[in-house]
Write a protein that binds this ligand. Sequence first.
Ligand SMILES: C[S@@+](CC[C@H](N)C(=O)[O-])C[C@H]1O[C@@H](n2cnc3c(N)ncnc32)[C@H](O)[C@@H]1O
Length: 272
Amino acid sequence: MENFRWSFGILFSRLVRLESMDGKVALVPWADMLNHSPEVDAFLDYDKSSQGIVFTTDRSYQPGEQVFISYGKKSSGELLLSYGFVPKEGTNPNDSVEFLVSLNKSDECYKEKLQALKKHGLSESESFPLRVTGWPVELMAYAFLVVSPPEMIQRFEEMAVAASNKGSSKPALNYPELDEQALQFILDCCESSIKKYTKYLEGAKGSAEVSINTKQANRTLLLKQLARDLCISERRILYRSQYILRRRLRDMRAGGELKALSLFNGLRKLFK
Ligand SMILES: C[S@@+](CC[C@H](N)C(=O)[O-])C[C@H]1O[C@@H](n2cnc3c(N)ncnc32)[C@H](O)[C@@H]1O
């Protein structure tokens, strides 16, 4: 089992996918020395004319400078699982956190909403990727469904369709009357998620080690550090989303108050 684990780790952290050979995978001895950087667009591929593997960089390098390759647009969690490292906090533009949202069990339309979701391959709890740059339209569609009132029952299905549309680029749903509630729902989930991350990080700080030998103790320490690094990176995305959501809601509410005030002033003038 130990040998299998070792081989599996070596293979999957070092294999190269060759696009021009229909995505065939290969182990390329010199190429497996290349480390990952999300900022480069360099790639490896099979070259028919030279019958070898060619490395193409996106810029020139000085002698002695480290040359990087991209392992793909991967989140820090994916990089940890596939390659055993977590990029330094804030350096991975492709980072994302799996954001869990659920239907409210006490919703009077719980059954109807769940039915609409199930019809389109979704369930009462779903996760969507949250990035520093924002959230997907599918998450917004799910949030619309969660907060929509019984009068909108006819719309449940189109909301579920839009929420299930993972990855493709259909236009976002537009329900201005539900915007504020949907954003508040996402903010609430975001804040509860932040609390869980913080609780984990505070707990992880003080946990005592029980180890059989030094090698095992070092390995446990390394794994814990990687888990901490990943949590810190993911919590950073949640903090950023929390900031954006709070600002949007504040602007929305201020806009609403302004409208009400000008309406009130208009009425006052009318009755003067
Ligand atoms: C294909 S090898 C790259 C060469 C490797 N550094 C070596 O010495 O053999 C992939 C492994 O390199 C390490 N690695 C690659 N890029 C890294 C990075 N940006 N930061 C930390 N470790 C990285 C990870 O351990 C990963 O599993």
